[in-house]
Design a protein around this ligand. Structure first.
Ligand code: PNS
Length: 162
């Protein structure tokens, strides 16, 4: 009997996509048959980059990784609904710190129960050298016109400068 494909989503704001996010994409793509990166279009937040720009950047960044089992989609609403529309049984999230772990554990269990039990979250510890990167701080540096290299790719830094 054919093995069921293991499909995961990697949801996030990705405002902006950072080197930490790309590392999670690369590692998750090696764990699952298919990975669907979901860029949240959250109307209640004022983002640094609009949803279309974040999706476009993520597509380009993922393209650079040369992975044929990863796709990028925008989504709004609930992550569990996005998982269902992608046919995914797994959610991937990166964890940088104990603070993240507390939030992610709560989110993972809430999503598992809200989805009726069949949706597992797989947490990937951030690589030590990338674990300091936080979207909120990257946005502050970006808004203040600071240097973004080592935090985001050259492409993302250029998009933010524009
Ligand atoms: O990159 P972020 O901002 O840490 O990602 C957070 C995200 C998008 C995963 C979370 O806010 C989310 O899932 N939002 C969609 C709405 C939802 O499903 N909320 C319930 C989460 S338990």
């Amino acid at each position: 009997m054919a093995r069921k494909q293991k499909i995961a989503i990697y949801p996030g704001s990705f405002d902006p996509p950072t080197l930490g996010h790309l590392d999670v994409v690369r590692r998750a793509a090696a764990l699952f048959d298919r990975l669907v990166v979901g860029v949240l279009d959250n109307p209640s937040k004022t983002p640094l980059l609009d949803s279309a720009a974040r999706v476009e950047l993520m597509v380009a960044e993922v393209g650079d990784l040369g992975l044929d089992n990863v796709e990028v989609r925008a989504f709004d609403g609930l992550t569990i609904a996005f998982a269902s529309s992608a046919g995914a049984s797994y959610i991937v999230r990166g964890v940088r710190s104990l603070g993240d772990l507390a939030d992610e554990t709560s989110m993972a269990e809430t999503n598992r129960l809200a989805a009726g039990g069949g949706l597992e979250t797989v947490l990937l510890p951030a690589r030590a050298e990338l674990s300091f990167i936080q979207g909120r701080l990257v946005r502050e540096i970006a808004r203040g016109g600071g240097k973004l290299d080592r935090l985001v790719s050259k492409r993302v830094a250029a998009a933010i400068r524009r």
